[in-house]
Design a protein. Structure first.
Length: 341
């Protein structure tokens, strides 16, 4: 990062933290788009490159889904040096999401609580942005269902999204674990997972023949699964030969916060308090899925130390979100510096 860009970023973060979190998020992204030319390419040692689910990543650190739901800031965020950026979660039709306020800071804990509810401009908008983007890193797209689509018909929404994003995505993440869409997490159970993944894998076979390219499919899981639930999920993932797992989404367990948040602040917890649960899930998945199965670790990575812990637990790649919201691009540089050393 150039000196001018770094100074601007350091000055902006304390100001943004005084604003409503969702407003600060939007303003921060708009400002980043304006100052993007000030960022020189991030120098990354070639030794940090990694190949995962058939794709070549310049280093392990990417941006998690939810930060740029619509692909409007892909080039600006890409200029910060992420090896991969996951857009979305997108749904077939645009939707406003849950009523505001729906994002809350827990600053003493480096945490956020959100109940956004898949607010996005729809899959067609994301596709139009991807077609014009210049970012050359790995582009992932997280897909989900519209809130008013019955859970019994959820596979129709996932397939509709897959068809649209397939020509533009490097990989597709299947989000069945957000706590902010009613009944969505039921799809992690055996019957729901078989229905969703089976339908998507069958559709991918047709799309692979049509476009002459194979796009990896990954599933994103919740940190609140009990060991026996996670074991059953891992069995399904192995049996259908999925390409990877993203661990984890946000947590509904707010008991780790002291003092407990107000009832009005209910939603999905992200940030530092989530890290132990994320590491537990990653560790069990690695044990269940074997040494070679690709795992993206996400959840509570707010420092170089927590990044190393997620990798030690078994993650191949990392994604940041809340740590990036609190610390900005300095977090990327800290993690890469530690991994280089």
């Amino acid at each position: 990062m150039s000196g001018a860009a770094a100074a601007m970023a350091r000055a902006a973060l304390p100001l943004l933290r005084r604003l409503d979190p969702e407003l600060a998020h939007d303003l921060g992204l708009a400002a980043l788009k304006c100052v993007r030319p000030l960022w020189p390419p991030l120098s990354v040692p070639a030794t940090l490159a990694i190949r995962c689910f058939g794709l070549q990543f310049s280093h392990p650190v990417g941006l998690a889904a939810g930060f740029d739901k619509n692909g409007d800031y892909l080039d600006a965020l890409g200029a910060l040096g992420f090896s991969h950026i996951e857009l979305g979660t997108v749904t077939p039709r645009p939707q406003a999401g849950n009523p505001k306020p729906r994002m809350f800071r827990i600053p003493g804990s480096e945490a956020l609580i959100n109940r956004m509810g898949f607010n996005n401009k729809g899959v067609d908008h994301v596709v139009s942005r991807l077609a014009r983007a210049r970012y050359r890193g790995i582009r992932g797209i997280s897909i989900g269902k519209n809130f008013d689509t019955p859970i019994e018909n959820a596979q129709d929404d996932y397939v509709a999204c897959l068809r649209k994003v397939y020509p533009h995505a490097d990989y597709v993440a299947v989000n069945v674990s957000s706590p902010n869409t009613e009944r969505l997490r039921e799809l992690q159970a055996r019957d729901g997972l078989q229905r969703i993944l089976g339908t998507l894998l069958e559709e991918r076979l047709a799309l692979q023949q049509r476009y002459a390219r194979r796009v990896p499919l990954l599933v994103k899981v919740a940190p609140d699964l009990r060991p026996e639930q996670l074991s059953a999920l891992a069995h399904e993932v192995r049996s259908v030969q999925l390409d990877g797992v993203i661990a984890t989404n946000t947590s509904t367990d707010l008991s780790v916060l002291e003092p407990p948040p107000a009832t009005a602040q209910r939603g999905g917890l992200s940030g530092a308090p989530l890290h132990p649960a994320s590491v537990r899930i990653i560790s069990q998945l690695r044990a269940e899925l074997g040494p070679d199965f690709p795992i993206i670790g996400v959840g509570g990575i707010v420092s170089a130390e927590s990044a190393r812990a997620s990798l030690s637990a078994g993650a191949n790649l990392l994604q940041i979100y809340t740590g990036f919201a609190y610390r900005g691009a300095a977090l990327i540089e800290d993690i890469l510096g530690a991994l280089s050393a």
